[in-house]
Design a protein around this ligand. Structure first.
Ligand code: ZN
Length: 293
């Protein structure tokens, strides 16, 4: 499943052809993705200009001149293929497996910029919705989301407040989208390793008395931002892709410090530890028992 850095990579790939451009023609080749496409989907898009292309957690949000917002989610296997001026690419392609089959090209945007964006999704867990700009706050998919990890509102005080009194593990707390939005298994493991915090530690230990943030909360916020920014800079990454292009993408393999590195030496300087894999809430956690406390 694409994680936040990949979605951001996709957004940046779509931006040059979509932002400021008009939907000249829209093809909806089937009536549903995860859910049915909105009523009059094509009619409500054609002729509208994209005034801005943003992102909230793992949702890409296109602001339309009609006052509606086109919300797009890649689901498990969705991707966009972008063609402009005779050049075609798939932003974020190396982050998750992507089908090349045209049978899975479900929605095609022909933009006035001359660019074409094709949404391909073999498993069809992706979605597209049209929401009135003024109702975005009430949108069920977005309503319960916590702060953006790369936004200004997300800081040690906010994270500590969200974790105060929480008896769950730090790992579980960070995967909780109400605590912080858009983090998945890979980057939670990476951030905890970088912050030298054990994934098994109780979430409540990020806050002192009265919920004030301690050094651990500050270190964790910094680590979360750093791993996400590094991954966005690298264009994203995913386990599946490493396997597929074994040997070719050594650079990305080295980019993970803990994730999927069971039995490998811990990369922390002077740490003699070995990365271990445990299962928490049904998902693999990779961590170093020596330097993550
Ligand atoms: Zn270590």
């Amino acid at each position: 499943m694409p994680e936040l850095p990949e979605v951001e990579t996709v957004r940046r790939g779509l931006q040059p052809l979509m932002e400021g451009a008009r939907f000249e023609r829209v093809e909806a080749r089937r009536g549903d993705l995860r859910w049915p496409l909105p009523k009059d989907f094509v009619k409500r898009l054609e002729g509208q200009t994209v005034t801005g292309l943003g992102r909230r957690a793992k949702y890409i949000l296109a602001d339309l001149s009609s006052g509606e917002v086109l919300l797009m989610h890649l689901g498990m296997s969705g991707s966009f293929r972008v063609a402009q001026a005779g050049h075609e690419e798939t932003p974020g392609d190396f982050l998750h497996e992507r089908s090349k089959s045209a049978a899975h090209d479900h929605v095609v945007f022909h933009m006035s910029s001359g660019g074409v964006a094709t949404f391909n999704d073999p498993r069809r867990f992706g979605c597209m919705k049209l929401i009135a700009r003024g109702s975005l706050e009430q949108e069920p998919l977005l309503r319960a989301l916590g702060p953006e990890p790369l936004g200004n509102a997300f800081d040690a005080a906010m994270l500590a407040a969200a974790c105060t009194g929480k008896q769950t593990s730090l790992k579980a707390a960070l995967l909780d989208q109400r605590v912080v939005a858009g983090l998945g298994n890979i980057y939670v493991c990476e951030a905890l390793h970088r912050a030298h915090l054990s994934p098994k530690r109780k979430a409540s230990t990020l806050a002192g008395r009265k919920g004030a943030p301690n050094d651990r909360a500050a270190a964790l916020v910094e680590a979360i931002r750093a791993v996400l920014n590094d991954a966005i800079e690298a264009g994203g990454s995913s386990l599946r892709d490493h396997r597929r292009t074994d040997g070719e993408l050594g650079y990305f393999q080295h980019a993970f410090r803990a994730y999927d590195r069971e039995n490998a030496p811990c990369p922390t300087r002077r740490c003699p530890g070995i990365i271990r894999r445990i299962v928490q809430n049904g998902r693999s956690t990779f961590y170093c028992p020596v330097c993550q406390k």
